[in-house]
Design a protein around this ligand. Sequence first.
Ligand SMILES: O=C(O)CCC(=O)C(=O)O
Ligand SMILES: [Fe+2]
Length: 335
Amino acid sequence: MAEVEALSKTVKALFINREEEEAEAEKHICKVDTEAVPGGVPAASASLPLMDIPIIDFSLLTSPSSSIEELQKLLQALSSGGSFQAINHGIPTTLLDKVREVTHQFYELPSKNKLNYCREYGKPEGYRSDIVSEHQVPEWPDKPETFKEIMHEYAMRVEVMREVLFKAMAKSLKLNENCFLEMCGEKAMLVARFNHYPPCPRPDLILGFKPHSDGSVMSIVLQDKEVEGLQFLKDNQWYRVPINPQALLVNVGDQAQIMSNGIFKSPIHKVVTNSKRQRISVVVFCLPNSEKEIEPIDELVNETRPRLYKKLKDYANFYIQNYQQGKTPLEEAII
Ligand SMILES: O=C(O)CCC(=O)C(=O)O
Ligand SMILES: [Fe+2]
């Protein structure tokens, strides 16, 4: 029980609202001409190739006899596309479905209920991506009634997964298995973002999420079971991310790219909208304790691979500041 309590304090909810009636579509229109990459037009999504995302068996990462090959696969995945589909991750499919279900239920609530959880000015947690003020943000919404319980359970399971993942990342680089965990500190955080993309009448003009890389160390993405939308940029080409209902998609975030001195790659991704169907996703961002400084791990800095990034504290905040000024945070972190 103590563990549940401790974890719940590190897990905060972040709600992004993309309600149709509040969409103010004009503001979100993307100038497709300025997207200097082929395949940037969401309407053309169906013809884009599917990304061949490696599948990593999490149960093998912890078994000494079979882990070497799986660790090699993990290193290859994180240092090329920067993502993989995790299977046998220990989180029951029934729980994944419940997380999807309460996310849908939350977004089906009338606006007045959701506005109780509005994001406060300057704070990352809360409902709506627009900046609002005067609202107190509770840790988790009271409605739907099962929300807290399900998210507690999910957060605990993701925390176990985070530990296995961070240790495996270190082992894949032949480092002390605790080095990523230690750099994140004892009070490392998990931050959940619940994305909701309502049907959009002009998917050719309006993106669900503009191209970005994540400011996390690693991100664990629970995708919609039926509706595709996430796309990755690789070698100047957009690829669709296939749906795999039992798997969790794991992405490298900027902070793992910094810690690994550029070996792991934080992928650029975006989300396109769909004219007929709504879509949800739940992303858990693994973040360090905001008091901890992060930097390239010493053993990964040498003559052939000089130190690429500065030492930084509270990268999540550094990310937001730079993002809001239209800068690419990771580029600003380069020495
Ligand atoms: O909706 C998705 O699949 C991904 C959303 C995303 O990239 C994010 O929340 O950072
Ligand atoms: Fe993202």
